[in-house]
Design a protein around this ligand. Structure first.
Ligand code: MEV
Length: 304
């Protein structure tokens, strides 16, 4: 039996603009999804996914990789396991797709370069859900903290290992594709305004990349506040996100913003070690759930 895992992600800066070719910053988190592959006596390919009824991403990963490698699979069982639920917005679909392709590659004894895992996973995800920028697939594949643009065949890694983040979950599951479509409608209605917002966000991403590498967390926090203002203008924030963001700021966070598509899922804040606990308590007191995860986790890897 072969087991391969891939990390979930947190989008730090640049959501929505990244869909239109602008850069974003994403970090891989230490919560992972794993896929095991083993031989069985039965004829077909079985997928067991005890934590989710949705096997579309694993099915697409199997179809894409077996076609690309020209192998016929008979008598295989793939089993998935996840450290997190699909409702928090940590990118379970991209992580499971990347882990499944990695596990199949190992099972068939192929040395699949990361760039190929990324491309196959991107295609599998586009087949299942349509668009998406692929930043989450990049994080699941390469891990670490990445400066990503959707035309890049390999994203640029930056040092994000000591980023002092607090994460608050709203308890509301966001529907990414609906939010992406809403932004697209806004862009159709007023392309000048939305393009201006996207360019401004792209500028923040470039500044944040430099400040993260310098470890200037106070400035990174300010840049998060600016990014959040633009996301608000795009209409993708929510009352619950705003409540958790305000609570974190009032408790002394350097800055805070939503992370991902918006509408729900998680917010993130940059905090100093001295006030971390106060910020966490303020988020919980405002109805959020603090999730303890570490950034900058390794990408897809064989575990067994
Ligand atoms: C969703 O987590 C982030 C978006 O930018 C969509 C994407 O990049 O695929 C809204």
């Amino acid at each position: 039996m072969v087991t391969v895992s891939a990390p979930g992600k947190l989008l730090l800066f640049g959501e929505h603009a990244v869909v239109y070719g602008h850069p974003c910053l994403v970090t891989a988190i230490d919560s992972r999804v794993s896929v095991s592959v083993e031989k069985t006596d039965s004829e077909g390919v079985q997928v067991e996914s005890p934590q989710s009824t949705d096997t579309r991403f694993v099915d697409a990963a199997i179809a894409k990789s077996l076609t690309a490698w020209n192998v016929t699979a008979r008598g295989l069982r793939l089993r998935t396991a996840s450290d997190f639920t699909s409702s928090v917005g940590f990118g379970s679909s991209s992580a499971v797709t990347v882990a499944a392709i990695g596990a199949l590659g190992e099972f068939f004894g192929k040395k699949i370069p990361l760039g190929e895992i990324f491309q196959l996973a991107r295609q599998a995800i586009v087949d299942v859900q349509g668009g998406g920028s692929g930043f989450d697939v990049a994080a699941a594949t390469w891990g670490g903290t990445l400066f990503y643009e959707k035309t890049m065949s390999k994203p640029e890694g930056i040092d994000g290992s000591s980023m002092p983040l607090v994460i608050g979950y709203t308890g509301v599951k966001a529907d990414t594709m609906t939010l992406v479509q809403e932004v697209a409608k806004k862009k159709d209605a007023d392309s000048q305004k939305v393009n201006r917002i996207f360019s401004a966000i792209a500028g923040l991403v470039t500044d944040a990349k430099a400040k993260i590498q310098e470890g200037d967390w106070e400035r990174v926090g300010r840049l998060m506040d600016f990014n959040q203002e633009y996301l608000r203008d795009l209409g993708v924030s929510s009352e619950k996100l705003e409540a958790l963001i305000s609570a974190a700021k009032a408790a002394g966070a350097w800055g805070a913003k939503l992370s991902g598509a918006g509408g729900g899922d998680c917010m993130i804040a940059v905090v100093s070690a001295e006030i971390r606990l106060e910020v966490e308590q303020a988020i919980e007191a405002s109805g959020g759930q603090v999730i303890h995860i570490l950034p900058n986790a390794p990408g897809v890897r064989r575990d067994a």
